[in-house]
Design a protein around this ligand. Structure first.
Ligand code: PLP
Length: 403
């Protein structure tokens, strides 16, 4: 190893750092933006006349359903408010299809498959794996799914049940799917099968920090191509108000919506209307949400800039990344197969990074290249230290490969 790199790494290790860069969590300063939720006191009755303290309204109070519909551009009748987690709603949608299906239950259809854009969200892969669903990776291009490869997967495989995508600020690549890309996906999937599901996990719908990229709402595109009954859209307030203390929302075409409702109402009698009212008193409409999100952006953006500065100082031969304009992640791709080694070196120096391979189905990143960084939770000082360790580890691992 280059002597100066070696001595730098030794002195970084001597700092005995304990920094966790693994998960995309809001920083405490971001959580403080919603503290009013803790002190506002909840009214017992919503303006629509619902006594939120009691059973009833399993799909949510009209105020919260209306807010979800406004955010996703969906119809209120086709929009429900879930618990605090959109991932749970997605799980329930998959479960509903597995048990009952739009036509035939998936459980009776033998080996079924799903298309997964990569790099992607480890929890999506885990969820699909729970049902024994085979995952077919398709690369992202920077503006959505690689359509040629998507088409090839459809041609080569039977029994594909759908695609699970994050159309805005994808986790971790930051892709914002273009309207053309979403339109092509919708048309090709519809042609493939009337059972092909389009699951849009819009977890970062509201989370721009520099982007002003226009995107036609997915709901409108699905409506245009007449595939609403095969389309489900999800979002949540996990990174708007409190991580796992917000609201989640789902919207789908009527057939699919009813399937989800059928499944959920076996699980729950009612919904948490107290939290719904607390939230809709705090954030009454889309304008309120958007101005709240601007405050998040002001806190998040400088942290991303710390990370960008560190990455931009590297020799471009080592790897590449695209600056995200929103969301919670940076996706760094090494040019040589060194992701595992880089992450091991970081751990040696007290910096935890999401394990290599996590951004691929079955932890299988064939190029051992993709590394996900989550800068939001750390203080700027810790982030700077963590990035120094990361960039040093990258240089060491790259040099080892050259020698
Ligand atoms: C793409 C994506 N979907 C869903 C979630 C989880 O959202 P929720 O807290 O609403 O379950 C995350 C959180 O990291 C995410 O990145």
């Amino acid at each position: 190893m280059d002597e100066s790199l070696e001595s730098k790494f030794t002195s970084l290790k001597a700092k005995n750092l304990k920094i966790d860069l693994t998960r995309g969590k809001p920083g405490a300063d971001q959580l403080d933006l919603s503290n009013q939720l803790l002190t506002s006191g909840v009214l017992s009755e919503s303006s629509s006349g619902v006594d939120v303290r009691n059973y009833g309204h399993p799909l949510g109070i009209p105020e919260a359903r209306g807010l979800g519909a406004e955010l996703m551009s969906s119809n209120i009748e086709n929009t429900l408010v879930g618990e605090q987690s959109s991932l749970l709603l997605i799980y329930q949608l998959i479960l509903a299809n597995y048990l009952f299906g739009l036509v035939t239950p998936w459980k009776n259809q033998g080996d079924i498959k799903f298309i997964c854009p990569v790099p992607g969200f480890d929890r999506h892969f885990r969820l699909l794996d729970d049902f024994g669903i085979k995952m077919l990776p398709v690369p992202l291009t920077g503006s959505g799914v690689d359509i040629t490869k998507f088409k090839a997967l459809l041609e080569e495989n039977t029994n594909i049940k759908g695609i699970m995508s994050v159309p805005r600020h994808s986790n971790p690549s930051g892709d914002i799917y273009s309207d053309e890309n979403i339109s092509e996906l919708l048309q090709l999937g519809k042609e493939y099968s009337s059972e092909f599901l389009f699951i849009f996990d819009n977890a970062y719908l509201l989370h721009d920090f520099t982007s002003s990229a226009n995107q036609t709402p997915v709901w409108d595109l699905a409506n245009k191509y007449n595939v609403l009954d095969q389309t489900a859209i999800f979002c949540s307030f996990s990174k708007v108000t409190f991580g796992s203390g917000g609201l989640s929302f789902a919207a789908a075409g009527t057939k699919l919506f009813n399937l989800l409702v059928r499944q959920r109402t076996s699980m729950i009698v009612s919904s948490d209307k107290v939290n719904q009212l607390r939230h809709t008193e705090f954030l009454k409409n889309k304008d309120d949400v958007m101005s709240h999100m601007k405050k998040h952006a002001a806190l998040v953006k400088p942290k991303f800039e710390v990370a960008f500065n560190a990455l931009d100082s590297l020799n471009p031969e080592i790897g590449n990344y695209k600056k995200p304009t929103g969301g919670y992640f940076i996706s760094y791709n090494t040019n040589k197969p060194i992701a595992k080694r880089v992450i091991a070196l970081c751990e040696e120096a007290g910096v935890l990074i999401t394990p290599a391979g996590s951004t691929y189905p079955n932890f299988n990143d064939p190029a051992d290249s993709n590394i996900r960084l989550a800068p939001t939770f750390l203080s700027p000082e810790d982030l700077k230290e963590a990035m120094e360790v990361f960039t040093t580890a990258l240089q060491i691992a790259f040099q080892e490969k050259l020698s």
